[in-house]
Design a binder for this molecule. Structure first.
Ligand SMILES: C[S@@+](CC[C@H](N)C(=O)[O-])C[C@H]1O[C@@H](n2cnc3c(N)ncnc32)[C@H](O)[C@@H]1O
Length: 315
């Protein structure tokens, strides 16, 4: 496991991401020091690590900057200035009025990771931990309770991608079919909400082993940043969603840094919403993606963001 190879204890929650693309900021947290330790172990410090990471990027940073200008439509004001006037959360603004370029703008190198070893090695030991704090989990529970089909509705199927021993569904939530896909069988086996599970490395095989139009909801909690073939996965999600089916990608500002794609580790929270929004847009077959900031106590507990979309009803 990469974290252990680097010589420090596995954190109970994912380390927070550093903020490398101002003006977007991440909340401070005790686990930041764990992250800095990991970078120092690799001999990178402060500005040096920033320069190194930016070199990994292709079109990413400048391209995201262009998006910000388009999305803000601030009449000459900066994106952040206009976002501050409209909403407390830049994340909620970033997918409004985006003029997407014709072609998917990211390059192969934007999906590289520091640790390109097999994901099955990294995930072979189960982690019975939670990756976000309790208030963030509660916020996600509450959000799901609002948008999920009612518990125990006949004919409803859900799929939790990048699942583990927890799916963060509302307490007691049940359907006839709730499938989990992830990398560690021990974790999936213990997930009480799942009716079935599949172990599959989506970075090797992004094909989802389900029939067309079979799921009402697809979730993915704090893991979209590990997908190296996101467009293939999002196309597959669209194929297996029922018309009008809902895909909910949630994320915070934490990750297994060595396993997250470089475009993610080099950018901030609002950029992440834009990146996930771009996956929906360029995969095709979805309604325009939207972002929601459900952070429970901004600045005090883990932030929590949702980017969601529905499969178009005519697809
Ligand atoms: C940070 S954990 C989050 C787990 C769970 N969603 C949660 O909220 O606790 C990341 C998860 O992504 C899954 N994952 C990472 N890389 C993957 C890959 N290549 N294919 C499929 N799943 C992957 C792992 O199984 C792991 O459970």
């Amino acid at each position: 496991m990469a974290l252990l190879r680097l010589g420090f204890a596995r954190p109970h929650r994912l380390p927070t991401l550093p903020c490398l693309s101002p003006p977007f900021s991440c909340s401070a947290s005790a686990t930041v020091s764990a992250f800095h330790f990991s970078t120092e172990q690799r001999g990178w410090k402060g500005r040096e690590s920033r320069a190194r990471r930016r070199l990994l990027l292709g079109v990413g940073i400048p391209f995201l900057g262009q998006f910000m200008n388009m999305a803000g439509r601030g009449g000459g004001k900066s994106f952040l200035a206009s976002a501050k006037q409209q909403s407390a959360s830049p994340v909620e603004e970033v997918l409004k009025n985006v003029e997407w370029p014709e072609q998917f703008p990211f390059k192969q190198e934007d999906f590289q990771r520091f640790d390109e070893s097999s994901d099955s090695v990294f995930y072979e030991t189960p982690r019975f931990v939670t990756h976000i704090d309790d208030p963030a989990i509660a916020a996600l529970n509450e959000y799901y309770a609002k948008v999920f089909p009612p518990s125990n509705t006949p004919g409803i199927s859900l799929l939790d991608l990048c699942s583990s021993w927890v799916s963060h569904f509302p307490a007691g939530y049940k359907q006839d079919r709730i499938v989990g896909m992830g990398m560690n069988e021990e974790e999936l086996k213990r997930n009480p909400v799942l009716t079935e599970y599949i172990v599959q490395d989506l970075n090797i095989n992004p094909k989802l082993p389900f029939e067309d139009n079979s799921f009402d909801v697809i979730t993915n909690v704090v893991s979209v940043d590990y997908l190296t073939k996101p467009i293939d996965v999002f196309k597959e999600m669209c194929r297996i969603l029922k018309p009008g089916g809902l895909a909910i990608m949630s994320f915070s500002n934490r990750c297994f840094f060595t396993k997250a794609i470089s475009i993610w580790t080099s950018t901030g929270d609002a950029d992440h919403a834009l990146i996930v929004g771009s996956y929906f847009h360029y995969a095709g077959g979805y309604e325009p993606p939207q972002a929601v900031d459900i952070s429970p106590n901004p600045g005090r507990s883990d932030p929590m963001y949702i980017v969601y979309s529905r499969k178009v009803s005519t697809a």
